[in-house]
Design a protein around this ligand. Structure first.
Ligand code: ZN
Length: 94
């Protein structure tokens, strides 16, 4: 029982290779982070996923969306700052 669970976990999490990267159990592509592997599985192997892999993908996808939202917000703020900086520079030196 314990052995079977270990083998199953190895399939779900991918196989850690010698350079510390995690290998996809379906196609052998390697990823630096577990979360990236989960995203890859959800996109490339969507039909083959079991319940746990699907949950891992949903969790990773949610995190990714959150990070993307933060990035877009920061990018927007940076653009606005640049805009006002240029406007200011134009009004002073222009
Ligand atoms: Zn793959």
């Amino acid at each position: 029982m314990y052995m079977a669970e270990t083998a199953a976990a190895g399939t779900v999490d991918g196989t850690a290779s010698t350079d510390g990267r995690i290998e996809c159990a379906y196609c052998g592509r390697r990823f630096a982070e577990r979360e990236l592997l989960a995203l890859h599985r959800g996109v490339e192997h969507a039909e083959e996923l079991d319940e746990r892999e699907r949950e891992a993908f949903d969790a990773a996808y949610g995190d990714e969306e959150e990070e993307l939202r933060h990035f877009r917000l920061k990018a927007l703020l940076a653009l606005m700052a640049l805009y006002f900086l240029l406007l200011f520079a134009y009004s002073v030196f222009g």
